[in-house]
Design a protein around this ligand. Structure first.
Ligand SMILES: Nc1nc2c(ncn2[C@@H]2O[C@H](COP(=O)(O)OP(=O)(O)OP(=O)(O)O)[C@@H](O)[C@H]2O)c(=O)[nH]1
Ligand SMILES: [Mg+2]
Length: 371
């Protein structure tokens, strides 16, 4: 699972990336600070089922903290996009190719209106314009990729040309069918179905942001999450120094913070009280569980102990789209498992299920396969 962070220069992509991954990447108030993409990982949280069987789990591909399973999600921070990027403006569209592999995009928008479309300082820029042109720019990038083989008018060549956009060729086939001979429509459908996008209204801590936010959320069709990457970085830093920590959805400031630190942290605390959070984690959660409609599923080999062949309890967890069948799940784990698929067992109900069984959120599943 990979999420790409996109947006114009200086909107806060690298700050968002740092807040999510705790990696120390370059952040600066001038355009094109990031040239080479930053790759890292964050996680989404779900309740770990180990409590149900009264055993401790032994996580392998994930982590478990106090009964909460932390499921890794890859994050990609790329160079800023400017209008005309698909034609080579700015840093060109070279890095757009890095986004091919992304399952979803988070569009980071500078909601303060204090930077223009090129990421340069200004007053009163309308962030709604950024929301609109960026979407178009991504569609034009996809259009450019398809255009190279469009004259051949062969579906299999178009599918090959879009390699990496989705692991499911059927999605591209369906887009081709639905678009007819309309190249622009095809590009739009490919974007909508393989790169769903969420809007992170960043820099909400700055004056002017909330006015823009109020106006834009009323007219925008996309979900917009109010965020402050900068404040999340402040919290991470304060918590690493033992000055504050998240508690019950709020911020607890410890007595050892000095006056200056306390003042800064009080501002962060107020922000969280107004918006519910800094929005950073929420964006990833929404992207995975709402936008991509994913559920978490635990494969096991022993339906009684919920363990693998080495006795490790609930070692792995996978994020799969809602609607995934038991057999499709087998193929996600290993192609051989799908090839030799016999049946699956719902380890919670201790019940055999067929290949077309639709997996549910939190399922613990054993795949039975022949040799
Ligand atoms: N006030 C405030 N400033 C922010 C926030 N997020 C980022 N910034 C500032 O915005 C400037 C640009 O941040 P970056 O994270 O480097 O932006 P970017 O989108 O990665 O920029 P490029 O790599 O140049 O495309 C820096 O001065 C950050 O400190 C935020 O939530 N609030
Ligand atoms: Mg950057």
């Amino acid at each position: 699972m990979m999420i790409g962070l996109v947006g114009k220069p200086s909107c806060g992509k690298s700050s968002f990336f740092k807040a999510l991954t705790m990696m120390d990447v370059k952040i600066a108030p001038y355009p094109f600070t990031t040239v080479e993409p930053n790759k890292g990982a964050t996680f989404v949280k779900t309740k770990c089922p180990h409590t149900e069987i009264g055993k401790k789990c032994n996580p392998n591909n994930s982590d478990c903290v106090d009964g909460t399973r932390l499921i890794p999600v890859k994050v990609l921070d790329v160079a800023g996009l400017v209008p005309g990027a698909h034609l080579g403006r700015g840093r060109g569209n070279k890095f757009l190719d890095d986004l091919r592999q992304a399952d979803a995009l988070i569009h980071i928008v500078d909601m303060s209106g204090k930077t223009d479309e090129n990421g340069l300082p200004t007053d009163n820029h309308d962030p709604l314009e950024d929301i609109n042109w960026l979407r178009e720019e991504i569609e034009l990038w996809v259009k450019g990729i398809i255009e190279k083989v469009w004259a051949k008018s062969d579906d299999s060549i178009i599918i090959k040309q879009l390699t990496g956009f989705t692991p499911k060729n059927e999605i591209i086939s369906q887009c081709i069918k639905d678009a007819g001979k309309d190249l622009e429509k095809l590009a739009r459908l490919v974007c909508e179905r393989t790169k769903p996008m969420l809007i992170a209204a960043n820099k909400m801590d700055l004056p002017g942001s909330s006015k823009n936010f109020g106006r834009i959320t009323k007219i925008s069709e996309s979900e917009i999450v109010p965020c402050s990457a900068e404040l999340e970085i402040v919290i991470n830093l304060a918590s690493s120094k033992g000055l504050a920590k998240y508690e019950n959805g709020g911020l607890l400031i410890y007595d050892n913070a000095n006056d200056q630190q306390r003042n800064a942290l009080e501002k962060v605390k107020k922000f969280i009280e107004s918006y519910g959070s800094t929005g950073i984690e929420k964006c990833v959660e929404r992207a995975v569980f709402s936008l991509l409609n994913c559920i978490e599923v635990y494969p096991v080999q022993n339906e009684n102990n919920w363990s693998d062949s080495n006795g490790r309890v609930l070692p792995d967890v996978y994020l799969v789209p809602l609607g995934t069948t038991a057999k499709e799940f087998a193929s996600i784990i290993h192609t051989d498992l799908a090839k030799n698929f016999i049946a699956a067992v719902d380890a919670r109900k201790k019940m055999k299920v067929k290949e077309n069984y639709i997996l549910k959120k939190g399922d613990v599943i054993k795949i039975i396969a022949g040799k």
